[in-house]
Design a protein around this ligand. Structure first.
Ligand SMILES: Cc1cc2nc3c(=O)[nH]c(=O)nc-3n(C[C@H](O)[C@H](O)[C@H](O)COP(=O)(O)OP(=O)(O)OC[C@H]3O[C@@H](n4cnc5c(N)ncnc54)[C@H](O)[C@@H]3O)c2cc1C
Length: 298
């Protein structure tokens, strides 16, 4: 199907883009890589009056690590992030970026678009919860930073105003003796994950868990976190019995929808299994082992 007619705009600067969006009002939409928005338009699930193409705006295609402070421009594509030096410092980024869809989608889709879409099946929002990332937003009123935990309100709903754009994602490189892993369960590479688990932890004094962040994806309207599960692990030696208890606690907090990818119970079973695999991988990485990440395919 063809999208409904719309006016196309290509502003030359961030200021111009924000001005245009503000002038056009809520019926206008920013267009980045188009890998979520264009399919939605073709299915006529949305019919915006205007598309404001931000994909070539200067100043939003960058990735940097300044003394452990990571900044990723909103227009950085999944492919560029997956091939970047950042993956050496934060391997969980590679797990996520290189497992999204296929090379065509990874070459066009952006981290800013993924976060802004707040699609419960998108990988970046879940992963960024494990890094306590902060989202930088530019709007008419200026710049504000919003923690990822507050940024996504509900499925497909963020705190962004109509004329506000995500410009950057920030987080800190985890300290020494840290390891993370992000694993999605997929029917095939170009499919969204049926379920996904992200774990980022720091070990101290041998095997004691000093810090941990856990998140589940495609397991509810927004990424699922659990203070209870994290508190079970913090300050303890990570035995498989304890990890199973934590898996149970966070899966209990989830609400995976039954759909063509499986029943809710099936997805909960997948989440438990992915959790244990991700925990093993994160612990091994925290101990210094270099492991390539990979998703699980049916
Ligand atoms: C076949 C296929 C398979 C896919 N599989 C996966 C997968 O396995 N995992 C996964 O995570 N994703 C998957 N995706 C989605 C893909 O990753 C998208 O690239 C991403 O979700 C959106 O990024 P985009 O740059 O394409 O955004 P767009 O499609 O251009 O925009 C998405 C939404 O965000 C808004 N937007 C975009 N950028 C900004 C910004 N900077 N500020 C404010 N609003 C903005 C747009 O208005 C729109 O509402 C898949 C897509 C396809 C087509």
């Amino acid at each position: 199907m063809y999208p409904a007619p719309f006016c196309y705009h290509r502003p030359g600067s961030l200021k111009e883009a924000v001005g245009l969006l503000s002038e056009l009002g809520e019926a206008a939409k920013p267009l980045a890589g188009g890998q979520s928005l264009i399919p939605i338009l073709k299915l006529r699930m949305d019919e915006p009056s205007d598309l404001v193409d931000i994909s070539r705006l200067p100043g939003l295609h960058f990735m940097q690590n300044d003394d452990g402070n990571v900044r990723i421009g909103a227009l950085s594509t999944h492919a560029l992030i997956g091939r970047s030096d950042l993956v050496g410092a934060v391997p969980i980024l590679g797990d996520c970026a290189n497992g999204i869809a296929d090379p065509q989608v990874r070459a066009r889709g952006t981290i800013g678009g993924s976060v802004s879409s707040a699609d419960p099946s998108c990988d970046w929002p879940t992963l960024l919860h494990t890094l306590d990332a902060v989202i930088v937003c530019h709007g008419k009123a200026g710049v504000r930073t919003v923690p990822i935990r507050e940024f996504i309100r509900d499925s497909y709903t963020t705190v962004l105003d109509d004329a506000e754009l995500v410009t950057e994602i920030r987080f800190k490189v985890p300290p020494a003796n840290s390891g993370g892993a992000y694993i999605g369960f997929k029917k095939s590479a170009p499919a969204y994950p049926t379920a996904a688990v992200g774990i980022q932890l720091t070990l101290a004094d041998g095997d004691v868990c000093q810090q941990v962040r856990l998140a589940l994806g495609a397991a509810g309207p927004r990424p699922v976190t659990s203070d209870e599960a994290e508190n079970l692990l913090r300050g303890k030696v990570l035995t498989s019995e304890l990890l199973k208890q934590a898996a149970e606690a966070i899966v209990e907090a989830s609400d995976p929808p039954a759909d063509a990818r499986g029943s809710s119970d099936f997805k909960r079973a997948v989440l438990r299994s992915l959790f244990m695999q991700a925990a093993d991988r994160a612990i091994e990485r925290a101990a210094g082992t270099q492991i390539m990440g990979n998703h699980e395919y049916v």
